[in-house]
Design a protein around this ligand. Sequence first.
Ligand SMILES: Nc1ncnc2c1ncn2[C@@H]1O[C@H](COP(=O)(O)OP(=O)(O)O)[C@@H](O)[C@H]1O
Ligand code: SF4
Ligand SMILES: [Mg+2]
Length: 486
Amino acid sequence: MSDDPKDAAIPAQSTAPSAPAAQETPAAPETPVAHGDTLLRVEGLQKHFPIRKGLFKRQVGAVQAVDGLSFEVRAGETLGVVGESGCGKSTMGRLITRLLEPTGGSVEFEGRDITHLSTGAMRKMRRDVQMIFQDPYSSLNPRHTIGTIVGAPFRLQGVKPEGGVKAEVQALLERVGLNPEHYNRYPHEFSGGQRQRIGIARALALKPKLVVADEPVSALDVSIQAQVVNLLDDLQDELGLTYVIIAHDLSVIRHVSDRIAVMYLGKIVELADRKTLYATPGHPYTSALLSAVPVPDPRRKGHGNRRLLHGDVPSPIAPPSGCRFHTRCWKATASCATIEPPLIQLGTGQKVACHHPEHGPDQLPGDAPLVEPGGTVTLSETKAEAAPVAEAEAAPEAKPEAAPEAQTGTTTEAKPEAASVAQPEPEAEPPTEAAAETKPEAAATAPETADKADAAPAPDTAPDAAARDEAARDEAARDEAGPEGK
Ligand SMILES: Nc1ncnc2c1ncn2[C@@H]1O[C@H](COP(=O)(O)OP(=O)(O)O)[C@@H](O)[C@H]1O
Ligand code: SF4
Ligand SMILES: [Mg+2]
């Protein structure tokens, strides 16, 4: 969105071991972070949801939703985070906004360790870090007026704006493109796009520095998605915001990101600036995600190979050994199944976790191709000449009728029996003021968290995601047809 950091090279990965997390960090003197400097730093971030079983609720395993993430977000930039459903993106978003307590690792905001801040100490930080939720229908309290919802952060934080809360809320409504006279209306009187605008107004009420938007447009109609993305873009320029925007689809991320982190099964597999990632994707998984984005220009359809992803993301209860992507990777070799590839920086500037990157020197040359008994590795390479859009639609994410369990069985090393005998422990968001502030009814209903806790871990959004994927692809097709927005 902002131009400066967009094309900046990726800095060398920090190798410093994360310091033991302090229980309570004393309040640091406020030092404003300059544009382009590190605003948020995450080291080895982990979230394992325990699975308990039996009368005494003994822990028998864990859902490794997020497993060792290290990255930084620079002031003024937009970091896009992309990956299929179940890769741990939302969990990551909730960890960095401290709506979830991490199992391991550290989160630093403006140079201050906030990993284990108490509720009281978190109160002030809530002003600076806000979250926009995916579902504009469930994230607004239906019993409260828009004025009450958008004004809630002022009341919860004890902030008294100069002209009064009402005037400030009306100004916010206007800024996000809503009629300020609708102050006394209820959420059900608004469309999906308008509700998301209300969610954005609420998130921006206290002028935060960092906004984490979890799939902010994927629940919206295609025609509305671009409007909301443009609104976020305008607000960033106007208010100097820093964004982490989560999406399951590279076509949405493309128009909003300066840098992009690709997540697979709880890990970052590629981290690159936008142009490099699209021009020379390093990780096979990134290539596959890019292949799923249709090319609307018939003159370009014959370029390159298309990599189609088969099957679902394996279960994070028992992730595959070595490289977690090896059960679906067409380049997998014997070492991929045993040696976990580190996230290293390639000559092209991006960081990639792969022994045999797409554009870069082979890290393990001469390694024997992996042939698994039963053919669990799916090789899927097809030429694009035939019909690129039709092929894209044949990708598993695009098939609403595809049953996730059936797909999982063919391509994963997950242990379904583990999921059936033991349920992940439901972990509701901490019942803090923060949760109430950002998601008023969350403490009462916690729709997302509760659903996930009850479900078998991976396939949480199959038909939904398929519909959204289709919508996002349509939007990308329209956008690509015009001049590039970013
Ligand atoms: N509260 C929870 N309790 C147990 N498992 C969870 C919880 N929240 C998420 N998970 C599991 O963690 C994994 C990652 O989920 P999530 O972060 O929502 O992924 P994404 O946003 O990429 O779709 C999934 O397998 C999901 O089922
Ligand atoms: S490390 Fe091996 S299995 Fe993993 S992405 Fe690279 S080539 Fe594929
Ligand atoms: Mg999610």
